[in-house]
Design a protein around this ligand. Structure first.
Ligand code: GCU
Length: 621
């Protein structure tokens, strides 16, 4: 230990400390919000991080923007300071907060102060970020706590006890949203690169030894119909402690079921398995959540958890043993009326409320893990969720470091949401071009997700091959995923909507077939004949022809769709001066929340499907 300590001294605090394991369910623990008004400095030239020779500044360097750098005398040379003149809201992307940020890609330094939270002698404090896009370096009182890459998953750092002052702790976060070829996502995306501390920040207070993570779910291996008949269900999961303290007693309770069980921790991660009686399963459109409590010593964490089983049987997707058709819609994490990243529960209610109004039982949260309010609300609403990491388009597939970055974002996505019954699909990417390197890269992620979590389906939006006039779904990655998901734009990017009338489809895999994207653009309020691009009538015709194709020409493995997209969204790639103006117009809702004519075509289709399913279920014994 001494050697390690010496090493740390030699290396100096500038050493990036290992990032601490994610603390699950911070809201279910003692916490203090650090949301609100912070100060900022825009640092296009990275002056706060490098000296004039572009060498990384030393920790005590007054020119470093992580130091408060107050003048000791009026003669002192001070060339940076955080000021009320430059204030910014956290959480929230910077792009929508001031015109100077609209297209900004680079570094912004965030700063605020906070006092030591109420805590016991044997407590520790963690600094928790729900997301920062894209790269964050975090400093407290001039010392580096750590750094994180990845714009859509949470991370936290333990605050060393000897670093925390009673008052005025000086917190600085360097945020850099520049895009890079060897990052996840890479340089080219069809969405706005919103930068900043885009989600919540909080102090989480925990006992020295605490439950850092836990999971409880219906055991995947059980015969669910048999369990329903016996009214006895096998559940399993794990409890992770922050420090190996074998022998610790952990209590698990589900008050509504009058269930209580004590387990003994055998290491820092203890597997759990037991039976539950009289369990009401979580069903799509009929959510049932139970308060589950985990207690270690004096600390109890509680969370609402649903229990369900999702599986594939041949060409069918089953939830709780019953075949289900996914009436989905794809969604970007954006509030179009205010041109900003969505982040709070009110935002989630708007977006998922729109999906519900459309008649959906599923949402595809594209193309990155959305904020936790979305998956928690989906749990409550009974909306199934496809959650995805931004391995999007032309990633640097031959680079092993890029694979590690993708693996880390996959692990972080699963760690955060593994207790969300609503999440039935983990997606490892979108429309990645077929090559040997790509299929090796993507199949590695599929296997990693399956190893980490056997209670969900693993997918990716695959590529479609066209030959001899047929649409061949034979992407080699389809051999690894549980379902064959595909984006197709027949009638928008190829041909006109009537091309759907002669399209033929062949799926090379005996698996459920899912259309993860299909869509056409329309400027809300622009009306013309149906052959006029960007008219609402063209988009309406597109959906009519697509639906006819689904109903009349699709394989019997067709198991659902999540058309592109719920609402118009911002994209730097969409530059038509009349119809787009930096908006991708494929939304069924316009930028002001107007419903376009195509909305009603899809809504009617989903109602017909639901009525058909309800009638079939009524006929079942
Ligand atoms: C692709 C991609 C989306 C994109 C859409 C479009 O399928 O997955 O991210 O926005 O097409 O071109 O509108």
């Amino acid at each position: 230990m001494k050697k390690l300590f010496l090493l740390l001294i030699v290396l100096g605090w500038n050493t990036v400390l290992a990032q601490d394991e994610l603390i699950s369910n911070p809201d279910g623990r003692r916490n203090v919000s650090l949301n609100g008004t912070w100060h900022y400095i825009i640092d296009t030239y990275e002056t706060g991080f490098y000296d004039y020779r572009f060498r990384e500044r030393k920790e005590s360097d007054n020119g470093a923007y992580w130091n408060e750098n107050l003048p000791k005398s009026k003669s002192d040379l001070i060339e940076h300071r955080y000021s009320d003149k430059s204030s910014i809201k956290v959480p929230g992307d910077w792009n929508h907060q001031d015109r100077q940020f609209l297209h900004y890609e680079g570094t912004v330094w965030y700063q605020r102060k906070f006092d030591r939270p109420k805590m016991n002698q044997d407590d520790d404090v963690y600094l928790y970020f729900a997301a920062v896009n894209y790269e964050a370096h975090v400093y407290l009182n001039g010392k580096k706590l750590g750094s994180h890459k990845g714009g859509f998953t949470p991370f936290n750092f333990k605050i060393p006890a000897n670093l925390l002052k009673e008052t005025d702790n000086f917190l600085v976060v360097k945020v850099d949203n520049k895009r890079h070829a060897d990052e996840i996502p890479t340089l080219n995306t069809d969405w706005w690169n919103y930068g900043g501390i885009t989600r919540e920040v909080k102090l989480v207070i925990v006992p020295r030894t605490f439950i850092s993570q836990y999971n409880l779910a219906l055991s995947q291996k059980q015969d669910i119909l048999g369990s329903i008949k016996k009214n006895t269900f096998s559940v399993s999961g794990f409890v992770k402690l922050s420090q190996a303290s074998a022998g610790s007693k952990i209590r698990i309770e589900i008050p509504e079921l009058k269930f209580k069980k004590e387990i003994t921790a055998d290491s820092d991660s203890t597997n759990i398995e037991f039976n539950l009686k009289n369990l009401k399963l979580w069903q799509p459109e009929k959510a049932k959540l139970y308060e589950v409590r985990f207690t270690l010593g004096s600390e109890t964490i509680s969370e609402k958890i649903g229990f369900r089983k999702v599986e594939v049987q041949g060409k069918k997707i089953l939830v709780n043993g019953r075949q289900i058709f996914l009436r989905g819609i794809s969604i970007h994490e954006e509030i179009p009326q205010e041109i900003r990243r969505a982040h709070d529960m009110a935002d989630a209610k708007q977006l998922l409320g729109w999906a519900k109004e459309l008649g959906c039982n599923m949402v595809r949260l594209a193309h990155y893990p959305h904020n936790e309010n979305m998956t928690k609300l989906a749990d409550e609403m009974g909306l199934m969720v496809w959650s995805e990491i931004p391995v999007y388009w032309t990633i640097d597939f031959k680079n092993p470091e890029v694979l590690q970055k993708a693996q880390k974002q996959l692990d972080e996505m699963i760690a955060r949401d593994r207790n969300r019954a609503a999440v039935i699909i983990w997606s490892v990417g979108n429309e990645t071009p077929v090559s040997e390197n790509r299929t090796a890269f993507m199949s590695n992620l599929v296997k990693r997700a399956k190893t980490s979590d056997d209670t969900r389906l693993i997918a990716a939006a695959l590529e479609v091959g066209y030959n001899k006039g047929k649409n061949h779904v034979d992407d080699p990655l389809g051999a690894f995923t549980d379902i064959v998901a595909l984006n197709e734009y027949l009638g928008w990017y190829s041909g006109l909507p009537d091309a759907c009338r002669t399209a033929e489809w062949e799926v090379a895999y005996d698996k459920p077939f899912f259309i993860s994207e299909t869509g056409a653009g329309a400027l809300a309020g622009f009306h013309a004949d149906k052959l006029t691009r960007f008219s609402e009538e063209y988009q309406e015709w597109f959906y009519e022809e697509q639906i006819k194709m689904f109903e009349e020409r699709f394989p019997d493995s067709f198991s659902g769709l999540s058309p592109w997209i719920l609402a118009d969204f911002r994209s730097p790639k969409r530059n038509h001066p009349d119809y787009q103006e930096l908006w991708n117009r494929k939304g069924l809702y316009g930028e002001k929340g107007q419903k376009k004519k195509a909305f009603y075509v899809l809504q009617a289709y989903y109602k017909k499907i639901k009525d058909r399913e309800d009638a079939a279920n009524r006929r079942k014994p």
